[in-house]
Write a protein that binds this ligand. Structure first.
Ligand code: ADP
Length: 876
């Protein structure tokens, strides 16, 4: 529907003008006590916010309209932002009573998912980035900014690296040029990135324009001082971000004081698939924070600490010195439990200093924000004192960096009352005694009652009218009320104003003069309070960069203390870090299961790789035995150690990993239109092409998306390649027993399997990893756990026994003591397909036909349930 079709009342004309300024934004149009939306916006709002859509006029072409009362604004904005919608808030900017004609209205705020600063619209524990991407000079320039804290960074990436970088950042909104909408990378972006993508004018991204926008903002003539090349592609994206912020934020961007180049060299590269497989910040299936690594290791006490922890987890370090610096700090905080407790207690009282400082910088802080800032500043001396004379270099650095900003704190404490109201223009913000003119005005405004009492008594005496009363109402202000019965005594200088039942109301010049003074005093007091507050806020905003730095220090102290607390509570050990590619863990645990399982239930395991211990561990064993858990826990150990944490283990020795690759667990890629097998092979190709001798690779069940022959062959060849050509530390879990033969010719490969206890036909998985290959599948056992009917299980056992009896596998491998094998050992695959044909040929039953297709070893519980349903259907 076209809004231009609607009748052109002056107000609708005003609406249309405002709407045209940002046609894509949903316009919330203030009308009295309501925000209204019209036309398409009303329909959209109706759907997204569950509002009733009515129509404004009843003509042949009624205009849809929806609205909500003004106090509900923040709640509805939050909902719109969650839906990725940009909203423009339009207010009445003059008093309707004073307006000549139509009330003046302006868009005072544009709220977009990537530019939030309000606490109640933000998740305190997560960063909220606005990102911009541009293609230039064969690369993608990427810049991101967090308006709520003032961080502003940039880097450039290759096309195939974009998804991984975006997965790390997880932006809330992405800007691209309108001319880039059809590029291949933007199409990929749209399929992989859940954030709303906002298209922007192409000139914002043009090199000259973008550079100039940054020069103007930072008041520089080159970005060299930030360590950035003026011609780099990412500069174009950063410039486009500034242009967008200028347009949407009707306030200062003074807190964006620095551009920080993001150097990926010092960071452990973790691709998107690996992050997801390892459930670093979200679980794989439910995509929730609960159950992720982040959730269990988060012992921070402040929101800024929680955000920094998440950042560290998404970008572990690769420099040995930097990792050791964090470990030293954690060790010191772990050893001194009093220090830890004191710091945690102090930080428990801290507000979100980073976001407060940013709101102050953008001129958005409320009186309550200033009070929160004052309170947070008041705990800094305690924290600084506790960080003084520490052993670890990082804690000493943090102590030096922490500025107490006492003058800011004093200024706030002297000026603002401890518990100011939300409204900023209705008084009650400034302390008594802070400003003498304000005190006088307040005195006059408050003095009203005693003056009136005195005046009333005087008038009674003068007129002899005992029932004379002084009253006040909104229309007439102060008046003298005299009953009709005593009307005869009214003095001549009284001016009659109003007749009410039984009485007359009068005024006198003296009374009116006083009234003016009182009312003006109150108004002026409110105004003055507001001015004093704004003055204070401006003064404090000059300190925003120092405050932001204090916030960053608090965040880091919080993260380090939290990691020490985690180590203390969960019995973690300090890993010994080195350059050599070793990986030795004694009594290692999976950090998440360690917390989630009842105490003592998790079975710890060892791992020993590197040097004489070989570089590949091949873990064979049945499903549900604990293979994935084991290989994941090893990968998580590297992530934890390199982000600065201690490890859930008794002892650990880790060589720094440069890239981590994990392919674990089923992922639902089908919705993206690719077959599971294709996805699996693409990911494996990525690993084989990019892993270096310092990388860590963990693979789970590679090749299961295809037939057994194909699968075994691929898994075999992949393992050989990793062993012969890459030589990186690799843990490979598989249920293809055939692969155990690889150990015979690959000196760097060790077999391992999961110990199983058999008890009168029942099988117990001990979750203990032991040397050697497994030789049984126990798939039927898993089928029982999944609830397959007993007759199916019995029959499966019968068939298995038959198969095993009939077809003992022939061995291609050399018998002990014989000559070495030929140059290449071939897998000894049990020729399953041939066997199946001969076995089932005599049994032409549809039920058995179905059974024939089952690969019990890879059956998931869900698939098993579906299967049972199908079998039941077949049975009739
Ligand atoms: P697989 O990869 O061999 O199929 P998983 O690693 O998925 O097996 O583990 C199967 C189940 O066993 C999981 O539910 C897990 O909780 C449990 N488990 C795995 N390893 C251990 C362990 N070391 N201690 C206790 N429980 C474990």
């Amino acid at each position: 529907m076209n809004d231009n079709d609607f009748p052109a009342t002056p107000m609708m004309q005003q609406y249309r003008e405002l709407k045209a300024r940002d046609p894509e934004a949903l316009l919330l149009f203030r009308m009295g006590d309501f925000y209204e939306m019209f036309g398409d916006d009303a329909e959209r709002a109706g759907q997204l916010l569950g509002l009733t859509v009515t129509s404004r006029d009843k003509g042949p072409n009624p205009m849809p309209m929806a609205g909500f009362p003004h106090p509900a604004l923040e709640a509805y904005l939050a909902k719109l932002v969650q839906h990725g919608v940009r909203a423009a808030v339009c207010e009445q900017v003059e008093d309707p009573k004073q307006a000549k004609g139509i009330v003046k209205r302006e868009i005072v705020r544009v709220v977009t998912p990537g530019t939030l600063t309000d606490d109640n619209l933000l998740d305190p524990r997560a960063a909220n980035y606005l990102a911009a991407i541009v293609e230039s000079k064969g690369k993608l320039g990427l810049a991101w900014v967090e308006l709520s804290t003032g961080r502003f960074s940039l880097t450039s990436v290759l096309r195939n690296e974009l998804n991984d970088e975006l997965a790390r950042l997880s932006p809330a909104e992405v800007l691209i040029s309108e001319t880039a909408l059809d590029t291949p990378w933007s199409k990929v972006l749209r399929t992989h990135c859940t954030a709303p993508i906002t298209s922007r004018p192409s000139w914002d991204f043009q090199a000259d324009q973008a550079r100039q926008a940054l020069f103007d903002h930072f008041r520089v003539t080159t970005l060299g001082g930030f360590g950035i090349d003026d011609d780099a592609p990412e500069v174009q994206s950063a410039g486009a971000l500034i242009a967008y912020l200028r347009e949407t934020q009707k306030s200062s961007l003074g807190h964006l004081t620095r551009l920080t180049p993001h150097h990926r060299a010092g960071i452990l590269a973790i691709d998107e698939m690996t992050r997801r497989s390892l459930e670093l910040t979200r679980t794989l299936r439910e995509v929730k924070r609960e159950g992720s690594l982040l959730q269990v290791i988060d012992r921070t006490s402040t929101p800024m600490g929680a955000r920094l922890l998440s950042e560290w987890l998404m970008a572990p370090l690769t420099s040995l010195d930097a990792i050791n610096a964090r470990h030293d700090a954690v060790a010191e905080l772990l050893a001194d439990s009093m220090l830890r407790a004191d710091l945690r207690e102090a930080m428990g009282d801290a507000h979100d200093l980073e976001r407060l400082a940013a709101r102050i910088g953008t001129g958005r802080a409320t009186p309550r924000d200033l009070v929160a800032l004052g309170r947070t500043l008041s705990i800094l001396p305690r924290i600084k004192a506790r960080l003084t004379a520490r052993k670890s270099a990082r804690l000493c650095e943090l102590e030096t960096m922490l500025e107490l900003c006492p003058e800011v704190r004093t200024a706030i404490e002297e000026a603002i009352v401890p518990d100011p109201p939300l409204a900023m223009r209705e008084g009650g913000l400034i302390r008594e005694g802070y400003h003498s003119a304000l005190d006088e005005l307040r005195e006059i405004a408050r003095g009203g009652k005693s003056w009136i009492a005195k005046f009333q008594a005087e008038q009674v005496r003068r007129t002899g009218i005992n029932g004379l009363k002084v009253g006040f109402n909104k229309v007439f202000g102060y008046y003298i009320e005299i009953t009709h019965a005593q009307g005869a005594k009214v003095p001549g200088d009284y001016i009659r104003k109003q007749t009410v039942k039984n009485a007359e109301r009068y005024i006198t010049p003296e009374l009116k003069e006083y009234e003016d003074k009182v009312l003006r005093a109150e108004d002026r007091a409110f105004e003055l309070e507001y001015e004093l507050f704004i003055g204070l806020r401006d003064r404090v905003s000059a300190d925003a960069p120092r405050l932001i730095q204090a916030g960053a220090v608090l965040a880091e102290v919080d993260v380090l203390t939290g990691l020490a607390e985690l180590a203390a509570k969960q019995g973690y050990c300090r890993p010994e870090m080195m350059q050599e590619p070793v990986l030795e863990i004694e009594h290692g645990r999976h950090p998440v299961l360690d917390v989630l399982l009842p105490p003592g239930e998790f079975v710890p395991n060892d791992v020993k790789m590197g040097g004489d211990n070989g570089s590949i561990v091949l873990i064979t064993g049945p499903n549900m035995a604990g293979k994935s858990t084991y290989i994941r826990q090893v990968a998580l150990a590297s992530v934890l150690a390199q982000m600065g944490s201690f490890l859930p283990a008794r002892r650990a020795k880790l060589g720094v990993v440069d890239r981590l690759f994990a392919r674990v667990g089923a992922t639902d890629e089908l919705s993206r239109g690719q077959s599971t097998f294709m996805v699996e092979m693409t990911e494996t190709a990525n690993i084989l092409n990019n892993a270096t001798p310092r990388s860590l690779v963990i693979l789970d069940e590679i090749g299961r998306g295809t037939s057994t022959f194909d699968g075994v062959s691929l898994a075999w060849a992949i393992t050989e390649h990793l062993h012969d050509n890459v030589g990186c530390r690799t843990l490979f879990a598989t249920h293809y027993h055939e692969l155990v033969d690889l150990e015979k010719t690959k000196p760097g490969l060790r077999n391992a399997n999961v110990a199983v206890k058999e008890d009168q036909g029942d099988v117990v998985f001990l979750h203990r990893i032991v040397p050697g290959g497994a030789d049984q599948s126990y798939g039927i056992h898993v089928g029982r756990l999944a609830g397959l009917p007993t007759n199916v299980l019995d029959r499966a056992r019968e068939i298995l026994a038959f198969l095993e009896k009939q077809h003992r596998p022939e061995t291609n491998a050399p018998a002990p003591g014989q000559q070495q094998a030929p140059a290449k050992v071939m897998p000894r695959v049990k020729s399953a397909r041939a066997l199946q044909v001969s076995l089932f040929a005599a049994l032409p039953d549809p039920l058995l036909n179905e059974l024939r297709g089952i690969d019990v070893a890879t059956l998931t519980p869900e698939a098993a349930l579906e299967l049972i349903q199908r079998l039941k259907d077949l049975a009739g």
